[in-house]
Design a protein around this ligand. Structure first.
Ligand SMILES: Nc1nc2c(c(=O)[nH]1)N[C@H]1C(S)=C(S)[C@@H](COP(=O)(O)O)O[C@H]1N2
Ligand SMILES: [Mo]
Length: 309
């Protein structure tokens, strides 16, 4: 059998998680061993556990996906460092297992879920979403997850519940101190949280979520700026009052509660009219609600989206 050696793989082909991992494994091992084709059997095993069967969602975009490498090395996860490369280098600061998430507050059936239970709540779906950061860059990411509404249904929200707060894990002994008022928290209105596009992500590129992307579970809200998609969530709390979120506390004039992608509302320090898709050179025009207006605009009828930014 002809063995295809790493040198024969073009960088442009390295788009899938599996291929990227294989390439890294080759580079990380003593080259002679790998090239001689004498890889010990144990090393051929996947580095991460498989998620099981995943169905493809019709809610996915058909735009080309950002490379696995960019998705997993260009991150915002301030708990693991404030530079884009930091989270991928500081993954040892977060232990994604064992893990539980408690769902509490104004619900009739408060409950704590383990990751195994979440994986069984609803069929796992691949959702390829456009994501846009408030900093002006965007990516297309094949998330794997379950609709958040599947989880909310199980805890039976009370009639008075109007908001859903998401609280991220924080450990001051290993994670960044200062910068934000930890733990990181974000929130949605209950109808936004129940919207079919709102995803509880447990994986990407067909595999378990890498730590730098918010393992073991993170929120994904594709029509809002990236910071609304809290990572490494430990608690989901239903409330009557609008929660004050970490970024609102840090800069109330810059980060409002809604944070819908809106090219007409500039960040006080820069325009939001265009964005750079990671991997592309020229800029794209930013679309209202990040291109999801048909699905979500009705959530905001009658609201002044300049005031409710
Ligand atoms: N806990 C936590 N969640 C977070 C952040 C963070 O710093 N901490 N950064 C947010 C921001 S600003 C963005 S753009 C996205 C980035 O997600 P990604 O690195 O998986 O692309 O995560 C969001 N979720
Ligand atoms: Mo962001």
């Amino acid at each position: 059998m002809l063995i295809r050696r790493p040198a024969a793989i073009l960088p442009s082909e390295i788009t899938t998680a599996k291929m990227y991992r294989e390439r890294r494994r080759f580079m990380g091992l003593a080259g002679s061993l790998a090239l001689a084709g004498t890889l010990p059997a144990g090393l051929a095993r996947a580095a991460t556990q498989p998620l099981g069967s995943i169905t493809k969602s019709p809610l996915s975009t058909t735009e080309s996906q950002t490379s696995y490498k960019a998705v997993t090395t260009y991150n915002n996860f301030y708990e693991l460092g404030t530079d884009k490369e930091d989270p991928a280098q500081n993954t040892h600061r977060l232990k994604p297992a064992p893990w539980t998430v408690r769902v509490e507050g104004l619900v009739n059936k408060p409950r704590t879920f383990g990751i195994d239970e979440l994986l069984k709540l609803a069929p796992l779906e691949e959702r390829i979403y456009r994501m846009r950061c408030v900093e002006g860059w965007s990516m297309v990411i094949p998330w794997v997850g379950i609709p958040l509404t599947s989880l909310l249904r199980l805890v039976d929200p009370q009639g008075s519940a109007r908001y859903v707060e998401f609280i991220s894990h924080y450990d001051k002994t290993t994670m960044t101190r200062g910068v934000l008022d930890w733990p990181y928290n974000e929130a949605l209105r209950l109808d936004e949280a129940r919207h079919p596009l709102t995803l509880l992500a447990l994986g990407l590129y067909g595999e378990v979520l890498p730590i730098q992307n918010g393992a073991p579970l993170r929120l994904v809200v594709p029509w809002k700026y990236g910071f609304k998609s809290g990572k490494s969530i430990v608690a989901i709390r239903l409330t009557e009052k609008q929660p004050v979120t970490a970024w609102m506390k840090a800069g109330p004039s810059e980060y409002g509660f809604y944070s819908n992608v809106n090219p007409e509302v500039d960040h006080p320090r820069w325009s939001q009219a265009t964005e750079r898709r990671i991997g592309e050179f020229s800029k794209r025009k930013t679309l209202m609600f990040n291109g999801y207006a048909d699905q979500v605009a009705s959530l905001y009828t009658g609201m002044d989206l300049r005031r409710n930014f």
